[in-house]
Design a protein around this ligand. Structure first.
Ligand code: CUO
Length: 688
């Protein structure tokens, strides 16, 4: 790897330490031009440089900047302030910064610019904007972007465990055998709090880093090349819709009823949440929200929001949905039709300023909801408290209120979808294709078909990239934590093709059959909680076909190693294809949560499969470069630098109303579909 690319990689390490400190386990240091030192160190830059040069093996010289940027635009966000992508001011600052990085004329200047700006900006703002730039510059494709949990581990780890890490790091010599630190299983609440039953899902490190990664791949603000991606508004709807479907099903598994969408911002919020994690920038705990908190207007130095604003935007968006069109700034009506309607709505509801058809009128609904909720504990800043976890994409999914707010947002989208025509037979069928058998079975042995297993597992992930304290010059501090796991399985489908060879898209979903009280669900309820498990193309030869697919190949999930990739040069493969795989790979649902937990006594689901005609669904890509090796979780994350690979609307066929009342009739009416009962059994033991 050339030294510029290596320099970029090293700039992700030790986010809170000055740029002149050593990186790469003390082996590497940057040779900085005098002008790069901030005022604090400028007078003794030589001494500082010497101090960090001992035992160094590699020095990476950085060039002078051809033009020194004016960073005044970022001055409003102090170095010790929390940074939030939901805050319009912060987002605007990040957007300018991303533009600055993308505009750097060449790789050397980009490296210098990043190194120069790093210590002059809020560290989270820097890491975010820098990661967006690295992900989008054509000359930085080989640079792996570390997982956010590795850059800012304190946002993910219970602080007492964090303290253990400091101790372990200072006591045990580097390269000695440091014990992994253990994150306790249930640390945010006791079982008096019903919502605690879902803590394993909400506080999962993989879930939260997926969410952060998704918003990194699909930022709402910034240069058009970064923001204006194919179907990003629709994907905003769909990725969050699937999170809600999964969360609701997960609630059934734990005998809790569906999420109550937060339709009324004037009602007390029943759910309290005490996050017990530390802010990375100022070492304070994220503020808590007590139970039965009332939301109030926010009036703070960096922005005001009135609840009535949010209500007005909500009513306008809902009215537009009822009317079937939105109006742009010139008053032109844009229909919310079957294909583009959801994409327009996604960008308008989120809202992405440059993509919303009329931000002035439809406002900033989703983001400002996050903000009002995140300041519930101190809406006018009289206690000088920062935002709670809802204010940050890194941490929002930990809080039960996330799902109530996004439940409301999802309902808005679902209202639009429910007004579209029912799918017709033509749209749903695939003539000549008959699915005769469906099975999901664990492993190759004699396991019982259609019974899948979940259990607890403890794993260790390396979170050392962000441990920038004390004398650590090592990168081997592991965090050991418990998470749900599933036993891998194989799908088998038998398909008869009575015509010529066809290419099909195979779509696999699981739908809950009953609610938390064991009452059967109607198809209209089931379809809104249908969990996408996989989607892939299959060749169907004339006659009998057997289609097999492994659960680990899923188009929604990424493997554990990718959710928790170790970073740093030691881990980096050298072969080109391996290196490609190592790139920006963190977006994707964690494989260990691919399957809902189920119940100890077994919980019944419908396993649904549909083969549809790929000829109607194929997307012609503008270039025929092969897919990026990381583009495997394309259902949720799209393909890197390409168009979304399925021309159907996301969630097809469950995104719209269906012609039947129950799933059995629906599947019975179409030979290209089939279903079977699937049992998910949860073994309440720690395995492996
Ligand atoms: Cu992902 Cu609200 O959009 O958190």
């Amino acid at each position: 790897m050339n030294t510029d690319l290596k320099a970029l990689e090293l700039l992700f390490q030790r986010p809170l330490e000055p740029v002149f400190t050593t990186r790469d386990q003390g082996k590497t240091v940057f040779d900085l031009p005098e002008s790069f030192y901030t005022d604090r160190y400028r007078n003794n830059s030589e001494e500082v440089a010497n101090r960090f040069s001992q035992n160094v093996q590699t020095r990476i010289p950085l060039r002078e900047l051809t033009s020194v940027p004016n960073l005044d635009f970022a001055a409003k966000l102090g170095r010790k302030h929390q940074f939030s992508l939901f805050n319009s001011l912060h987002r605007e600052i990040a957007s300018q910064l991303v533009k600055l990085y993308l505009d750097a004329p060449n790789l050397q200047q980009f490296v210098s610019l990043a190194a120069y700006t790093k210590d002059r900006l809020n560290p989270v703002l820097f890491q975010y904007s820098y990661a967006v730039a690295v992900a989008h510059r054509p000359d930085t494709r080989e640079v792996p972007i570390p997982n956010i949990s590795q850059v800012f581990p304190s946002n993910f780890i219970e602080p007492s465990a964090f303290q253990d890490a400091r101790q372990e790091a200072s006591v045990v010599e580097k390269n000695g055998n440091r014990a992994p630190i253990t994150i306790p299983d249930n640390y945010t609440a006791s079982d008096r709090e019903d919502e605690q039953r879902l803590a394993y899902f909400r506080e999962d490190i993989g879930v939260n880093s997926h969410h952060w990664h998704w918003h990194l791949v699909y930022p709402a603000s910034g240069p058009a090349t970064v923001v204006n991606k194919d179907r990003r508004g629709e994907l905003f709807y769909y990725m969050h819709h699937q999170i809600l479907a999964r969360y609701n099903v997960e609630r059934f598994c734990n005998n809790l009823k569906r999420v109550l969408p937060l339709n009324n911002l004037r009602e007390e919020i029943i759910e309290g949440y005490f996050p017990k994690i530390l802010s990375s920038v100022n070492n304070r705990t994220y503020p808590a929200r007590i139970s039965n908190q009332l939301l109030r207007d926010v009036d703070r130095p960096d922005g005001s929001i009135e609840i009535s604003d949010v209500e007005r935007w909500r009513d306008r968006v809902l009215a537009a949905i009822d009317q079937g069109f939105v109006e742009d700034t010139k008053g032109t009506r844009i229909p919310l039709d079957e294909k583009r309607g959801i994409d327009i709505l996604g960008n308008l509801v989120e809202a992405a300023p440059s993509l919303s058809v009329n931000m002035q009128y439809y406002g900033n609904l989703h983001n400002q909801g996050h903000n009002i909720i995140s300041f519930a504990h101190d809406p006018d800043a009289r206690h000088l408290e920062d935002f709670g976890v809802m204010g940050d994409v890194t941490t929002a999914m930990r809080d039960p209120i996330f799902y109530r707010w996004h439940g409301f947002i999802d309902n808005v989208f679902n209202k639009h979808k429910a007004l579209l025509p029912v799918y017709t037979n033509d749209e749903l069928s695939f003539n000549g294709i008959n699915v005769t058998y469906v099975e999901a079975k664990i492993g190759a042995g004699p396991a019982r078909p259609n019974t899948l297993l979940t259990y607890w597992q403890r794993s260790t992930a390396n979170l050392a990239a962000g441990l920038d304290f004390g004398p650590v010059e090592d990168d081997t501090i592991g965090a050991n934590f418990r998470h749900l796991q599933n036993a891998p399985w194989t799908y088998t489908f038998n398909v008869t093709n009575s015509g010529a060879r066809r290419t099909a898209t195979c779509r696999i979903f699981i739908c809950p059959k009953t609610d938390e009280r064991n009452q059967p669900l109607r198809l209209e309820e089931q379809r809104l909680m249908a969990i996408e498990m996989d989607k892939f193309t299959a060749e169907l030869m004339p006659g009998e076909n057997t289609v097999r697919r492994e659960s680990t190949q899923s188009s929604v999930a990424i493997p554990f190693e990718r959710s928790f990739r170790a970073v740093g040069v030691n881990y980096q493969p050298t072969a080109a294809d391996e290196l490609a795989r190592f790139r920006f790979c963190g977006c994707g649902w964690p494989q260990h949560l691919l399957l809902p937990k189920g119940k100890p006594e077994g919980m019944l689901f419908d396993l649904f499969v549909m083969f549809s005609d790929y000829a109607n669904e194929a997307v012609a890509q503008p270039t025929n470069t092969p897919n990026d090796a990381c583009s495997t979780a394309y259902s949720f994350c799209g393909l890197k630098d390409k168009l979304y690979p399925d021309a159907r609307t996301m969630g097809f066929p469950f995104d719209r109303r269906l012609p039947n009342d129950n799933l059995t009739d629906f599947v019975g009416a179409f030979s290209n579909m089939a279903k079977t009962d699937l049992t998910i059994r949860f073994n309440d033991k720690l395995v492996g």
